[in-house]
Structures are given as structure tokens and as C-alpha cells.
Design a protein. Structure first.
Length: 120
């Protein structure tokens, strides 16, 4: 199996940024730019880079970050056939954090599928 890494971050009109680049900035440089709410790109990886995962081995993932690139809400509609629910694209209307960061865990393969087990 192969795990594709597609990392992309847009922040403050410039970017993408690596973890070390973000860490080198001061609070004043980050304040109001949106950088605090973005995932860094993987250093040394190119767009569409792949990592080969060998079955039967355990891999450790540190500081994993998830950042949604689109948002959808479930909308109920009344149609001639009854009530249906569909996902509709929407925009974020809050400045609160929606990025999940600092996720650590083990990556294994089971039955030809990838399995990620988060560590507390």
C-alpha cells in the first residue's frame, strides 16, 4: 500500500510554510494573519509525494495535523419523494480554530487497509 502526502497551506497571502518557518516567527508576525489556524507543509516533500508502507510494520506519526479544505453542512429538503438529506457546500463564519494539531499515533496495515491508532 502507498500513502500519499498532499500537504497544502495558504496563509497571510504568502506560503505555504513549514513547521520550522512558523516556529521562527514572533507572535506579532503571526497575529491576525491566519497562520495560527493552518497546518504546516511537510518539510522536504513535494506535492503528491508518496511514502511506501510495508505490510506487517508499524510506523510512528508525530505532530500530525488535519486542516479541512472545504466545509459542508447537511441540509434537509422536502421533495415529491419525501424528505431527503444532502451535503451542501458552505463557508466558515467564525474565526475559531478548526484545525486539529499535535496528533501522535501508530500507522499499520490490516487486511490491505491503513489503520491509524491515536496515542493520548
Amino acid at each position: 500500500a502507498a500513502l500519499a502526502i498532499g500537504a497544502g497551506v495558504q496563509g497571510a497571502g504568502a506560503g505555504p510554510f513549514t513547521r520550522s518557518e512558523i516556529a521562527s516567527l514572533t507572535y506579532e508576525q503571526i497575529k491576525g494573519t491566519g497562520l495560527a489556524n493552518t497546518c504546516p507543509i511537510v518539510e522536504g516533500a513535494s506535492e503528491g509525494a508518496k511514502i511506501s508502507i510495508t505490510g506487517g510494520k508499524k510506523y510512528k506519526i508525530d505532530e500530525f495535523c488535519l486542516e479541512p479544505t472545504s466545509f459542508q453542512v447537511l441540509e434537509e429538503k422536502l421533495t415529491k419523494t419525501g424528505l431527503t438529506t444532502e451535503a451542501v457546500n458552505t463557508k466558515v463564519t467564525t474565526r475559531q480554530t478548526y484545525v486539529l494539531t499535535g496528533i501522535d499515533g501508530d500507522l499499520t496495515t490490516e487486511g490491505g487497509k491503513l489503520k491509524f491508532t491515536e496515542k493520548d
